[in-house]
Design a protein around this ligand. Sequence first.
Ligand code: CAA
Length: 388
Amino acid sequence: MQVGIDKLHFATSHLYVDMAELANARQQAPDKYLIGIGQSQMAVIPPSQDTVTLAANAAYPMLTAADVDAIDLLVVATESGIDNSKAAAIYVARLLGLSKRVRTIEMKEACYAATAGLQLAADHVRVHPTKKALVIGSDIARYGLNTAGEPTQGGGAVAMLISADPQVLALNDDSVVLSEDVMDFWRPLYRTEALVDGKYSSNIYIDYFQDVFKGYLAEQHADLADFAALAFHLPYTKMGLKALRSVLPTTTPEHQEQLLAHFEHVRQFSRQVGNLYTGSLYLGLLSLLVTDPELKAGDLIGLFSYGSGAEGEFYTGRLQPNYQQGLDLALPQRLARRQRVSVAEYEACFNQQLQWIAADQTIDYQHDPQRFVLTGQINEQRQYLDQQ
Ligand code: CAA
């Protein structure tokens, strides 16, 4: 029996800031952001969206009534959660109308946790093949205004339905994992922005990729030539390109060209929204599958997941015959319809997010077209609204 990703869907906000405009405002050369970091646009998350609403907005469009009946496990992976005790998944389960018999948990290990959730869900379905599991990676990436990390912010959620006989990608049971205590990026409980040693974190990412990828090749007696494409966690899209380039010399010039061409599809959507933390690898996978006409059923896709702190995992999946049917095919049009905001408007959104924490308040959600929105806080409890 095959188990894997049956459906894959994405949500972000309806707002973005242009990266050339942001570079100018920060007295940086636009090409540093556009080419050196590899980001063209960055999602701007309004105060009416948080980890919970983004997660629910990512999942609901892909779920049928039969899916809702079959789901008995919901994992929300996040490192920008809204509560230190209660799982975001419980709010999301209510907004999605899932059964009260669903196991709902939040998982954390920086940007890696959605992969832990995916593997847990796959094992769960292997034992209970008539059931389905919903795994959502949902985050808002915040480093702070005028910081080196600022052009690598972003936000959004990727929802994945895990089932037997999946439509999109059958997972192989071949993961290689590495985890050690590393201080490359962290966020103490009292902070709303991450702390990061940027250059060090980028070096650790490459070290982890090489370690788990080489481990995979050795364990599976495989080589790079076996892969149609590699998808990467994309904290910024140049990071994935650096990782790919680090292993290219082991294959033929023709295959190198192919892998580089596929990578341009992997990074197409992330270029337009920025870092999603937990969801970034899976937005890369979605981007590859939606935009790349050269892929075909049976292709082997390699996936590298990385979370600072640090944990890395490399694993693979086989593309299924009708994979397009499980995808968020309208995403390119949705991204193109977003509204561009000025740097000043982006800064205002960024600063307004902080106010939730301080006190009860109402949030101006009326201009937010997403189905699920955050309307404010009463008695220190977040208030969510289904606008449909
Ligand atoms: N034209 C073209 N390229 C230019 C340029 C120009 N005019 N000016 C600079 N560049 C290039 C630089 O050469 C550099 O390229 P290389 O990395 O290939 O050498 C690139 O633009 C970036 O320039 P800097 O290194 O000078 O940039 P910086 O020091 O201001 O910051 C950063 C870059 C370290 C990535 C910073 O944005 C950061 O700290 N980001 C957050 C941390 C992060 O994303 N780490 C990734 C690994 S950790 C992880 O993956 C988990 C996670 O999601 C956070």
